[in-house]
Design a protein around this ligand. Structure first.
Ligand SMILES: NC(=O)C1=CN([C@@H]2O[C@H](COP(=O)(O)OP(=O)(O)OC[C@H]3O[C@@H](n4cnc5c(N)ncnc54)[C@H](O)[C@@H]3O)[C@@H](O)[C@H]2O)C=CC1
Ligand SMILES: O=C(O)C(=O)Cc1ccc(O)cc1
Length: 378
């Protein structure tokens, strides 16, 4: 083991570290990729579904996989619960019946923290330490197919230890998580749910409501959908998130969400009154206040409701062209986050949609492709 991780194994009783990942989807798979192949580390994936376990191994995301919770948990040093929020407490209950390794750390990646932290306190009776976790990066995609080694890099990773959590266990988990290259932030679980409810869960709900509102208008006039490009696409990307993952998150954080919805309704009501009264200065003041606060936001971080920067390339429809474009971008070290063939050409200016996470990469890609005589549109 080298560099910043060299003292990691000293914190375990032996030089082998077993990491069990329950639910190898977008987040569990991305964590597994961060740990797999590190010296002395064995990553085991768990799924209730035998065909999923085969897929995890075949894709090289884990070293081994099993459908048995007991087998996955046996002698594990770290156990990551990466299943939907609504299933976390069931997994805690199952683990609480098993002979866990003394001092092992059980953690989760759920988007809400208060209920699971409270529920998992019972694991201390089994000699395990539970520490709530929430890697605040992800995407609207799901499943192991969307997992990536770099998903959590530079993102915030919240841990919610309680006053009963042994500091040395928090330290041990933080050392392990260095492999994700995320930035650890520690806070209380209830405070986490208030803040993340406001900055992540509420925007997801607003995006869905907005898309559904426009979809309703579109039922009587198709032009709504055709004209809804640019800004609309950008701010509603997260409306395509997984329905069941988000059902669980919103239900679990429902008290916080209900208050946030009321506050949101007041904000919209304020706009309604300003418009009713024809108060232009009042409307402009809303934009000024928002712009001021927004300009103070920290620099862009990976994952959390980031915009995607996109361009369209009109390419002749022949095999090999997609690989050629991807290779050109790769050779120029331009990070492409997604490449999609657009089947309906009605409302887009090109057949290939290229997406980037950094505006810089988009600029470099358009310059490069234009210089190679491709027809590039924004
Ligand atoms: N999607 C995102 O961007 C983020 C999600 N999270 C949290 O991470 C957790 C996992 O979410 P993702 O990785 O996005 O979802 P995912 O759908 O990609 O993965 C979920 C995993 O749990 C398994 N699973 C699903 N339903 C199950 C059930 N009923 N019983 C047992 N296993 C089941 C699936 O097979 C899959 O391996 C959730 O708790 C979510 O709140 C945290 C940060 C970001
Ligand atoms: O796609 C995005 O921008 C997200 O906001 C992803 C996300 C989803 C759920 C989380 O708990 C954290 C991050």
């Amino acid at each position: 083991m080298s560099g910043e991780f060299s003292d990691f194994t000293a914190l375990t009783n032996d030089s082998r570290i077993k990491i069990a990942i329950f639910g190898v989807g977008l987040i569990g798979g991305s964590l597994a990729l961060c740990f797999k192949g590190k010296p002395g580390v064995h990553v085991v994936g768990h799924s209730v579904n035998p065909s999923s376990t085969e897929k995890y191994v075949a894709r090289g995301v884990v070293d081994s996989a099993t459908t048995s919770v007991e087998e996955a948990a046996k002698d594990a040093d770290f156990l990551f619960l990466c299943v939907p929020v609504g299933r976390l407490e069931d997994y805690v209950d199952e683990l609480a019946k098993l002979p866990l390794k003394r001092g092992c750390i059980v953690t989760d990646v759920g988007s809400t923290k208060a209920s699971v932290v409270k529920h998992a306190a019972k694991l201390s009776a089994r000699g395990a330490v539970f520490i709530g976790g929430h890697p605040m990066a992800g995407s609207e995609r799901s499943g192991v197919e969307a997992a990536s080694l770099h998903l959590l890099e530079n993102a915030f990773y919240v841990l919610t230890p309680t006053e009963d959590t042994p500091p040395e266990s928090v330290d041990k988990l933080e050392r392990l998580l260095k492999w994700t290259r995320a930035h650890i932030v520690k806070t209380d679980a209830v405070q986490h749910d208030d803040i993340v409810g406001a900055i992540s869960h509420l925007p997801h709900m607003i995006a869905v409501a907005l898309v559904n509102q426009i979809a309703g208008y579109n039922d009587s006039n198709e032009l709504y959908r055709r004209l809804a490009a640019g800004g609309f696409r950008d701010i509603t990307r997260i409306a395509s998130s997984d329905p069941l993952i988000w059902r669980d998150i919103l239900l679990n954080n429902r008290e916080v969400m209900l208050k946030l919805i009321r506050d949101w309704q007041s904000e919209m009501e304020r706009f309604a009154v300003l418009l009713e009264e024809g108060d232009g200065e009042g409307v402009a003041e809303q934009f000024r206040r928002a712009g001021q606060f927004r300009s103070q936001l920290p620099e862009r971080r990976k994952g959390m409701i980031t915009s995607i920067y996109e361009c369209y390339v009109d390419v002749p429809d022949h095999p090999g062209i997609i690989g050629k474009i991807a290779t050109e971008l790769g050779q120029a070290k331009i990070n492409l986050s997604n490449l999609q063939i657009i089947e309906s050409r009605e409302d887009v200016p090109g057949v290939l949609r290229l997406s980037f996470q950094q505006s810089d990469d988009l600029d470099k890609a358009t310059d490069l492709l234009k210089s190679l005589q491709y027809d590039v549109h924004m």
